[in-house]
Design a protein around this ligand. Sequence first.
Ligand code: ZN
Length: 307
Amino acid sequence: MTTKLNKYLTNSYYYKGIKFEEYTIELKDNKIIGRPIIKHDTKINVVNNVDGLEILLSLCNLYNKYTYKESTNDDNLELGIKNWCNQHVHPANNNNLIRTIELFDYKKDNLSKRKQDVYIKELHEAIDKYVRFNVEEFKNQLERLTTNFNMWYALDMACNHNNIDLLQVRINNGMIAPTTDLIYIINNSKKSKERINKIKKISWRILGKMIYFMPASKRKLIYLKDRDAFEYSIYTDSIFDIALDVFGTLIKNTYNNNQYAHKIIVCENCGDYFIRTGSTQRYCNKKECQAARNRNKVKAFNERNRI
Ligand SMILES: [Zn+2]
């Protein structure tokens, strides 16, 4: 999905990633390790145009789902991480993997069948040392990203969109810790203009402290084969750097009350973040959320027509 919003947010930055088809999570040397399942016929694709906004929102939805909604033994965060990798891109060691695969790509042309088999074996051996990732580390980074994103989102809603309820709800359900600053914002949100300016100032101060955890990012000139163009891309090993790069742009735009920022909304049925395509859209595109939307439509119609 490449949205207009994402194009705006990322300006001309493109993210490169690797996509494997299937993942497994296992215990190795007392560490929980995630890795793709690589068989002889496994397809490994370099994705040239990774959607950074989709990466950011899907990671936050992943954490929120398993932390603040119900999860069972059969469906836990580790399984969620595995599914996330299947659906999106490989989470770590991006640069080494891409470099190795692209290097092998040059050798691939005009190989006989027998040589191709050797080529695939060598490629799999070459990438083997880069494909594993530490699941605990993934979880830690996911928690830090999401708790900060949840805070930013609630503050943006309170300051720029006159919606204080979300901040209150998130404090009530433990998503956000109730600091004195936040309580002040809640108690003064619907008062005079001066108060509103003050709560904005407090919000920016909270965000200003928050951004210290964000990493500095390096950019690298890349050649995009499919577009026949050169672009600057963030040079990173990790999907969390990509997510934070986009998040940083959102924070910057929130401060300027940017019109694009509030296109990200929370689904009224499942609570996931999603990008709304119409100005009145309140439910995400998941099947169960569209069903909830239709149920509520019928209910509202019946209430209107009751005598
Ligand atoms: Zn939904």
